[in-house]
Design a binder for this molecule. Structure first.
Ligand code: 9MR
Length: 464
């Protein structure tokens, strides 16, 4: 379920800081009271954040490893065990043993879990690598639904889609079998994840998106802005932040974090490592996160240097013997001394709703007690995704039914955020538990995927 602990803590800090700012009659950023945590997790929690690490399941039997894990961290990401090849090695045969072990280890010790990752061009099982078109789209959505359902209530945030943008100067999508199923594959994955686990925060996660001037950063930013504008359910953006000589930390990193946060999403640093582990650079990264109210937390990609995917770069906070490196001391000090933003206009600490549909309804609002439905369709050869917006009239709804007549040859294969009766011909759609209450003039959305051709759909809506 969504963690409210970091929010409560950050609000308390913000209230204190806000009083100070008022008294001084100025100062957008003020120093929060120094805290005195002695571990990364405790110090981060005092600032209303988490401090996590990637965990490799096979290392949980290494007591040197678990001693540091259990002492220092309050969030965990499975390094490989929740990837598509690990969780669905054969189509429709799901395998959760290794992931469950990590989740149980974490949760039994009060650590939260980030889920990584539901849909990715890499680390696909062999059966999926050879698929394409609507069969692949369907298989991907089924994977998202099944895995998010399995972990429902135990994963606070999912990397729903990982690394979907191209490197280089295009700022566009990466070519992949998933991308070739249609440009809307990402939003379809997010909608399926929301339907499967409405309580988890849904993140887009990528690397080389740290530099605000980078075309890839701008490409992701534009996608997130578009998703927020259209009501696609996205709650957060993960910045992997693998810093090295080819992709170094840059001082506009804070601008990147705050610019994304200003779109109305949380930001999280999800796979931090820094070639050479400069204490100054680690300190800067922590300070940048603490300066952005919606930067929820930081995850380092491994515990000891020897645990790193880039061990030769010695990029982590503990050396091979498990001793704390200077970078560790810098991170702990930054967490304890950090600043907390008061109320910068671009980054409101009063978290707005995570996915308010902002588009006005395209048809005039109906009278009291009624509702309207509009539909937008993304068609590709052989299939389509339809997103349906339900808008209440001048009275609130406590439930709704939408009827859509599908043309012959169109068959619904998958749906999210609504119950349906019928897959062909006249289909009826009713709200699910969490989206039946719609305030007067407000909207909610559901969607479905179908084979065939949509043509022009004319949904009708009635209150129930
Ligand atoms: O650290 C992970 C390594 O053990 C795996 O072999 C590799 C391939 O799946 O993935 C590494 O983790 C990656 C993460 O899942 C996504 N961002 C880049 C990470 C480092 O390659």
């Amino acid at each position: 379920m969504r963690s409210t602990r970091w929010k409560a803590a950050s609000r308390a800090a913000i209230a204190l800081a806000g009083a100070g700012a008022l008294a001084a009659g100025m100062a957008l950023f003020v120093t929060a009271p120094a805290s005195a945590g002695t571990t990364l997790g405790a110090s981060a929690a005092e600032k209303g954040r988490y401090f996590g690490t990637a965990v490799a399941g096979f290392k949980l039997s290494d007591s040197a490893y678990t001693t540091i894990l259990n002492r220092e961290f309050n969030s965990v990401t499975a390094e490989n065990e929740m990837k598509m090849n690990a969780t669905e090695p054969q189509q429709n045969q799901f395998s959760y043993g290794a992931a469950d072990q990590i989740v149980n280890h974490a949760r039994s010790r009060g650590m939260s879990v980030r889920g990584h990752t539901l849909a990715w061009h890499s680390q696909q099982p062999g059966w999926m690598e050879s698929m394409s078109g609507s069969a692949l789209r369907q298989a991907m959505l089924n994977h998202v639904t099944q895995v998010a359902t399995h972990f429902r209530g135990r994963v606070v945030a999912w990397d729903v889609v990982n690394e979907a943008f191209a490197d280089g100067s295009s700022g566009g999508r990466r070519d992949s079998n998933l991308q070739r199923t249609g440009n809307d594959w990402i939003e379809a994955a997010f909608r399926a994840a929301r339907a499967a686990d409405p309580g988890a925060k849904l993140c887009y996660n990528d690397y080389n998106t740290d530099n605000w001037t980078h075309a890839k950063t701008q490409g992701v930013y534009n996608m997130v802005r578009d998703f927020k504008a259209r009501g696609v359910p996205i709650d957060c953006v993960g910045f992997q932040s693998h810093f090295n000589n080819d992709s170094p930390y840059v001082s506009n990193y804070r601008t990147t974090l705050s610019s994304f946060a200003a779109l109305g999403v949380d930001v999280q640093i999800t796979e931090l490592d820094i070639q050479g582990a400069s204490a100054n650079t680690y300190r800067s990264v922590v300070e940048d996160c603490l300066a952005v109210a919606r930067c929820n937390g930081i995850t380092v990609w491994g515990i000891r240097d020897s645990d790193s995917w880039r061990a030769s770069q010695t990029p982590l906070l503990f050396n091979n013997n498990g001793s704390k490196k200077p970078a560790y001391d810098a991170v702990l000090a930054a967490l304890n001394n950090g600043t907390t933003p008061t109320d910068p206009p671009t980054d409101p600490p009063t978290d707005p709703p995570t996915d308010p549909p902002t588009d006005p309804p395209t048809t005039p609002p109906p009278g009291p007690g009624g509702c309207t439905a509009t539909v937008s369709v993304n068609q590709w050869t052989g299939g389509f995704v339809a997103n349906v917006r339900v808008t209440a009239g001048s009275s609130a709804l406590s439930g709704w039914t939408v009827t859509i007549a599908l043309p012959s040859g169109a068959t619904v294969t998958n749906a999210w955020s609504a119950n349906r009766s019928g897959n062909t011909g006249t289909t009826n759609w009713t709200n699910v538990a969490y989206n039946g209450q719609v305030g007067a003039g407000q909207s909610t959305e559901y969607g479905f995927q179908a084979n065939g051709t949509a043509g022009s759909l004319s949904p009708t809506c009635s209150a129930r």
